[in-house]
Ligand binder design. Structure first.
Ligand code: ADP
Ligand code: MG
Length: 240
């Protein structure tokens, strides 16, 4: 992997636009996005439903092809990147989604182990890391449980363990507390924050949940496909 430029920007976005559909049905959903995220930062992105948050997260996560502008993640340009490059980058990123996306047919431990498969570790090492990670999220006693026997908060903690066990440099979370009650939601983000601090990773977390905004170093907002700070938003509303 290339060394990071620009004061260690983990994510560096300039003039990014994104469109869904083709021809007459084409619809622009992201407009002139500019964003820098530095190593170790915890950034929260808020904004109404349909404003483009998940689309932006999937572009940054190298899960969708970047069409125009510049999007650099961990020093790699994703606009015009080849499939193989996109896939390779994904192993440096941890993903946590609203629906935990655990595989039902695998135990908690097997779900976490899976994300180490691409990392070329010995079986003993992978097992040790997985067990340590499940202990870190308070689930050492549940490692042999299948997801259906875990509560919502426990499943989301397995998802966090799965995302962080490989020590990714960047963690992307899309509404990770949406399906959780207040206390479990709080526990889950505090756990993410603590583990990220310990591992020195960078977090970009999308949320509607006002109760967790305080864990962020910085808050950015999406509105109708535009990324705005509060000051920019006020200015745009005056112009409009
Ligand atoms: P958010 O995560 O903020 O709710 P999304 O990124 O999911 O916003 O959606 C932004 C806009 O793009 C919405 O108008 C949505 O309907 C549209 N959209 C999202 N995904 C697709 C897709 N796969 N195909 C077409 N339109 C999409
Ligand atoms: Mg979304």
């Amino acid at each position: 992997m290339q060394s990071l430029n620009k004061a260690e920007s983990v994510v560096s976005i300039q003039a990014l636009n994104h469109y869904y559909g083709q021809g007459r049905l084409q619809k622009q959903v992201l407009f002139d996005i500019n964003l820098e995220i530095q190593a170790g930062e915890i950034v929260i992105m808020t904004g109404p439903s349909g404003s483009g948050k998940t689309t932006l997260l999937s572009l940054i996560g190298s899960l969708r092809s970047t069409q125009s502008g510049s999007l650099q993640v961990l020093g790699q340009e994703l606009c015009g990147a080849k499939k193989a490059q996109m896939v390779a980058l994904r192993s440096n990123i941890g993903y946590i989604f609203q629906a935990h996306n655990l595989l039902k047919s695998l135990t908690a431990k097997q779900n976490v182990l899976m994300s180490l498969e691409l990392h070329d570790l010995s079986t003993a090492n992978a097992n040790a890391r997985t067990e340590a990670m499940l202990a870190a999220v308070g689930l050492e006693e549940r490692s042999t449980y299948y997801p259906e026997y875990l509560s919502g908060g426990q499943k989301q903690r397995v998802a966090i363990a799965r995302a962080l066990v490989s020590h990714p440099k960047l963690v992307l979370a899309d509404e990770p507390t949406a399906a959780l009650d207040k206390q479990s939601g709080r526990d889950v983000v505090e756990l993410m924050q603590r583990l990220a601090r310990e591992q020195g990773c960078t977090i970009l977390l999308v949320t509607h949940d006002n109760r967790i905004l305080d864990i962020a170093d910085r808050i950015v907002q999406m509105e109708d496909g535009y990324l705005t700070t509060n000051a920019q938003l006020a200015q745009r509303n005056v112009v409009a």
